[in-house]
Design a binder for this molecule. Structure first.
Ligand code: NAD
Length: 474
């Protein structure tokens, strides 16, 4: 049982001013695995005060100092690899291999990338008639979701340090312990007191407090659209800059010349990785009508290569959903899907032999209409939809006919067609034929998937203000 009830404020771990705690549940056992503090307004005020006090010196720190701090964090992060893997497997229910091969390197990758991006970054530029300066935006409030416990926090923290912006992080209360490990690593990295603060608590108290706090200049939020909307409204009262990384319902467009096995593998890895709890998951699979039967056969053949089960067991690819609420939501979408489309495999209830833990059955719907609820709304579980198309323009139109625009995927052979589809899907990140992730590639959404971009140099820009100086002495 982890009991980590302190907040990290002004360079030290401090008791909360309140006495309430929040239980953290292990989703594979349904048991309480730890407790954190439910922070108070007073805790948040203290953190904001510390960050504001740190601002003048931190915002004027040199590139070299920031690179050193980031490198120290990289070193500390690498030293605690095994512990990160264990913590994320415990709190998120992520299988050991996924914790090791997806979560661990993603969190680390952002700090390494920030070092590289910062080395190349220019904070001033002579533009002829004026000099352009890029300066720290002020104090930033960071609010993160539970589905990628280190990735989401790391990309925000790394960019903020690179820009010289002091932060207050509120991690998701369902998966707070990996973020608290990050705080321990940052504690040893030599940052000035108050440059990094972590206050645990509920969204309605600390999250809401961050978005409305007059001492916070910028809020970087990752989470649901419903909460994103509240943050924008709150932020408006003090004219805060707000960056939102929200949900998605991303398309996978399979071209007529695609290898059916490649297409089925892409669809399955999008559906099953992190138990489908991925904002950029491709969960609308558009296939040519002529490929329908072979694609369905192939996806059913390959589904057993993603075994569902105890995240601590060897060979398991997909663990439980994060919580009972999430399990209920996924069940209700599967119920809806049964009325709207043909159930190819899966359905409601738990997989055989997995009665304890929030396990869901991998579920594939076919004969899906793009305007149905299961094709339009984010489910956030191991559920996908197969939609057929007659010609490519029809596929592109359907791919774009959704309120979201976070990501898109194209599978096929002809380079010109691949380029055409990649260019015409309205989304912030496209992957062609399962390409590797580049940590310098901006990440963020079109339409209701958000506002702003994270990762790499674009991520650093989020934490900066632009100043033009006219008549700057040379
Ligand atoms: P959520 O919106 O419920 O919670 C996200 C964070 O906001 C949590 O820390 C929560 O405590 C906090 N919060 C809750 N109410 C708040 C309020 N009123 N004011 C301020 N903060 C509040 O989302 P979730 O369930 O944790 O995460 C799932 C969602 O996140 C999905 O929609 C997913 O697509 C999205 N997501 C997006 C990205 C991206 O990069 N675009 C990445 C991961 C997840």
């Amino acid at each position: 049982m982890r009991k980590q009830i302190k907040h990290y404020i002004n360079g030290e771990w401090v008791e909360s001013t309140g006495s309430e705690t929040i239980d953290v549940i292990n989703p594979a056992t349904e048991e309480v695995m730890g407790k954190i503090s439910s922070g108070t307004e007073e805790d948040l005020d203290k953190a904001v005060k510390a960050a504001r006090a740190a601002f003048p010196a931190f915002s004027r720190s040199t590139k070299e100092e920031r690179i050193q701090w980031l490198n120290n964090i990289v070193e500390g992060y690498e030293k605690r690899k095994e512990e990160f893997i264990d913590v994320m497997t415990d709190e998120l229910g992520s299988p050991l291999t996924v914790s090791e091969e997806v979560h661990y390197p993603m969190g680390l990758g952002h700090f390494k990338q920030a070092v590289d991006s910062l080395a190349e970054f220019s904070f001033s530029e002579d533009r002829g008639g004026h000099t352009l300066l890029k300066e720290s935006i002020g104090v930033s409030g960071l609010i993160t979701p539970w589905n990628f416990p280190t990735n989401q926090a790391s990309t925000k923290i790394a960019s903020a340090i690179a820009a010289g912006s002091p932060v207050i992080l509120k991690p998701a209360s369902k998966t707070p312990f990996a973020a608290m490990m990050l705080a321990e690593i940052i504690d040893e990295a030599g940052l000035p007191k108050g440059a990094f603060n972590l206050v645990n608590g509920s969204g309605s108290d600390i999250g809401n407090g961050i978005s409305s706090h007059p001492g916070i200049d910028f809020v970087s939020f990752t989470g649901s659209g419903a909460v994103g909307e509240k943050i924008m409204k709150n932020g408006a009262e003090t004219i805060k800059k707000v960056a939102l990384e929200l949900g998605g319902k991303s398309p996978i467009v399979v071209l007529g010349d695609a290898d059916v096995k490649d297409a089925a593998k892409t669809a399955l890895s999008n559906m099953m990785t992190n138990t489908g709890q991925v904002c950029s998951a491709g969960t609308r699979v558009f296939i040519p009508q002529s490929m329908k039967q072979s694609f369905e056969e192939m996806i059913l053949d390959l589904l057993p290569t993603f075994p569902v089960g105890d995240p601590w067991k060897e060979g398991i690819a997909t663990g439980p959903l994060v919580s009972e609420d999430q399990w209920d939501t996924v069940q209700s979408y599967i119920e809806k899907g049964k009325k709207e489309a043909t159930l190819l495999v899966g359905g409601t209830g738990k997989p055989e032999g997995l009665d304890t833990g929030y396990y869901a059955k991998p579920t594939i719907f076919t004969d899906v209409s793009n305007d149905s609820v299961i094709a339009q709304e984010e489910i956030f579980g191991p559920v996908t939809t197969i939609i057929t198309y007659d010609d490519l323009e029809d596929a592109i139109e359907m791919a774009n006919d959704n309120v979201y625009g976070l990501a898109g995927y194209v599978v096929g052979k002809d380079p010109e067609t691949l380029r055409y589809v990649a260019s015409n899907i309205r989304a912030g990140r496209i992957k062609v034929n399962g390409a590797e992730t580049d940590f310098n590639g901006p990440f963020g959404g079109y339409k209701q998937s958000g506002i702003g971009r994270e990762w790499g140099d674009f991520g650093i820009e989020e934490y900066l203000e632009i100043k033009s100086v006219h008549g700057m002495p040379k």
